[in-house]
Design a protein around this ligand. Structure first.
Ligand code: ATP
Ligand code: MG
Ligand code: MG
Ligand code: MG
Length: 564
């Protein structure tokens, strides 16, 4: 590619609307243009990176035996009514009506569509297991779109859905996807961690998230410093359930005068003013004021926090404090920042969150299940660290600490939630119909681009890991107006690199060297080759790695050794 023909359009100033580094640098490098809140156009430069991420994801999905297909972005409401999510899914679902008055949504995820496809496509257990995936545009009407493509409304996701005759087969594919996700992030050269996760509004049992580690990450992760344990604190990490460690009286004096405004904030977030009850609850033997909510059936905690559907208000029940510990399969979570965690009781008789266990932090508040809605203030890393750092991990291996992460991938074992609700059946080995078990596996393709920058930048700009860089090499001829052999030599190197399949851009714009270098450093090209009259006279090229402190002069014939 020649830079003169590639619409390079960088900017020096940091755009005021961009809060985090990746958003600032993507705008400054000219990778993105905002169209409206949460909607972005990817420039040719930005799209090159997106496509490279996509290619790695596709290669690893194919290698794991998954089959690519493509489903419509727009989905009929009938399917969502079958699964029950037309009512359950909150305002993140963009609902549309066509000219005939029929309801549709713009897909935020595709469980319903794939289950409909499977029930028509799959006839026999012999066709199982099968894992379908697509790389496609999703729409979620995020309450607070921010950080550019990190939390956009329209974004690119790779989503996969597997179907199985039995639990062992589901577990096997789940492990395959877990390994594929690990390889994808390894190949991209990112520092990452897999963590135990909440199953959210999708429902189901086992679930892990894959986080790219970065201080700007929206999620807090509790992990064992010398062990394997890692969990999103949004989920309920099973912190030691040995009850509050502070003197109950001391703990109570703080919680007995809860900030009413905060409780009201919580209630209004939940949108359940009529049924909310501020009441003293007995939780782990300690009395604490609570907003007590009981959801019966298979509603998960996430649905309480996120859903403002009227349907959800109906099953909310007053909880008598004496009753709380007796609820069958009840789990205790809390809403609000650490230090003002307001307990929430969830009776999930369907055992969707059966491992949701209550614990307490040092102040006697409930840290587990910390489930602040996105629109409530999130706890600071330092507060979380104060609360848990140094505690033993729930599995006893290592001591806990807190770090921050960007959720880039998520794998779930869904079980038969969708296949049963939507009557997806195949003939089993004994000739009788069986309901396949399902798994689902998502990766935020566009979010990974931003997450990679959060981990790889300096004061001069982006430092792409080579596997996802838009170009591997930039060739910058300088002094070409004084010496015509400079451009000839630059062209020859350009042709040579292209012939070797190396992604290269030739800077033929005739800019001042300083301006040209600043562009390639901002854009983050891993390798730079400078061709100059002085170098040519000495038979040398000036080369520089993006992450090196200085350039080096190498003999021209050593170029390919250096590139290797
Ligand atoms: P988050 O907790 O960040 O809102 P999620 O848990 O709602 O994400 P999933 O339903 O697990 O997201 O979707 C799979 C993947 O899609 C996520 O791991 C993430 O990488 C990506 N993703 C989700 N929402 C967005 C968004 N608004 N913008 C960009 N990528 C997103
Ligand atoms: Mg979300
Ligand atoms: Mg999440
Ligand atoms: Mg998720």
């Amino acid at each position: 590619m020649r830079a003169s023909q590639f619409a390079i359009n960088t900017m020096k100033e940091t755009p005021a609307e961009a809060e985090i580094v990746s958003h600032q640098l993507m705008l400054r490098a000219g990778m993105l243009k905002k169209l409206a809140s949460g909607l972005y156009t990817w420039s040719p430069l930005g799209l090159k990176v997106l496509r490279r991420v996509e290619a790695i994801v596709r290669e690893e999905m194919d290698a794991a035996g998954a089959l690519e297909l493509l489903m419509p972005a727009v989905q009929p409401a009938e399917l969502w009514e079958e699964s029950g999510r037309w009512q359950q899914y909150g305002p993140e679902l963009l609902r549309l009506t066509d000219r005939h008055g029929r309801d549709f949504c713009f897909g935020p995820t595709h469980e319903e569509v794939i289950t409909d496809y499977a029930r028509r496509e799959l006839k026999s257990y012999r066709q199982l297991p099968v894992n379908f995936y697509q790389i496609q545009t999703k729409f979620r009407d995020e309450i607070r779109p921010r950080f550019g493509v990190m939390r956009a409304r329209e974004f690119v996701m790779k989503d996969a859905y597997s179907f199985h005759a039995d639990a062992a087969s589901l577990e096997q594919t789940y492990q395959l996807m877990y390994s594929a996700y690990s390889r994808i992030l390894e190949r991209m050269g990112l520092a990452w961690r897999a963590v135990v996760a909440d199953t959210g509004s999708i429902g189901g049992n086992a679930s892990h998230e894959f986080h790219v580690l970065a201080d700007s990450g929206e999620d807090a992760i509790a992990y064992a410093v010398d062990g394997d344990y890692a969990a999103n604190v949004e989920m309920a990490p099973t912190f030691p359930a040995d009850g509050p460690r502070a003197e109950p009286a001391e703990a109570m004096s703080e919680v007995a005068t809860p900030n009413a405004r905060t409780i009201d904030d919580v209630a209004s977030t939940l949108d359940v003013p009529a049924t909310r009850t501020v009441k003293t609850l007995l939780v782990q033997g300690t009395e604490v004021p609570a907003v007590a909510l009981v959801l019966r059936g298979d509603h998960a905690l996430n649905e309480i926090k996120a859903t403002k559907q009227p349907a959800i208000a109906e099953p909310l029940t007053f909880v008598d404090e004496a009753e709380a510990p007796k609820l069958t399969g009840a789990s205790v979570g809390s809403i609000g920042p650490v230090g003002l965690n307001i307990p929430v009781i969830v009776d999930h008789a369907a055992a969707a969150l059966s491992d949701f266990v209550c614990g307490a932090n040092k102040d006697g508040y409930h840290l587990t299940g910390v489930n602040w809605g996105r629109d409530l203030p999130e706890p600071e890393t330092a507060d979380l660290r104060d609360a848990v750092a140094g505690d033993p991990a729930p599995n006893g291996q290592g001591k806990l600490d807190i770090c921050r992460g960007i959720e880039v991938g998520h794998v779930f074992q869904l079980g038969d939630k969708y296949s049963r609700a939507m009557n997806c059946e195949v003939l089993g080995e004994d000739g009788k119909p069986i309901t396949p078990l399902m798994g689902c596996y998502g990766i935020g393709v566009s979010r990974i681009v931003a997450a990679a920058i959060e981990q790889n930048f300096d004061e001069r700009g982006i430092r792409w890991p080579q596997p996802i860089a838009p170009f591997t090499v930039a060739i910058v001829p300088i002094g070409a107006n004084k010496d015509e052999t400079v451009m000839e030599r630059a062209e020859a190197i350009y042709a040579d690199l292209r012939a070797r399949g190396i992604e290269v851009i030739l800077d033929d714009r005739g800019l001042r060297p300083g301006a040209a270098f600043a562009d390639w450093e901002l854009i983050g090209i891993p390798l730079r080759i400078v061709v100059s009259p002085r170098g040519l006279a000495a038979g040398q090229l000036e080369v520089r790695r993006r992450d090196a402190d200085a350039s080096e002069d190498i003999a021209a014939e050593q170029l390919f050794d250096w590139l290797d």
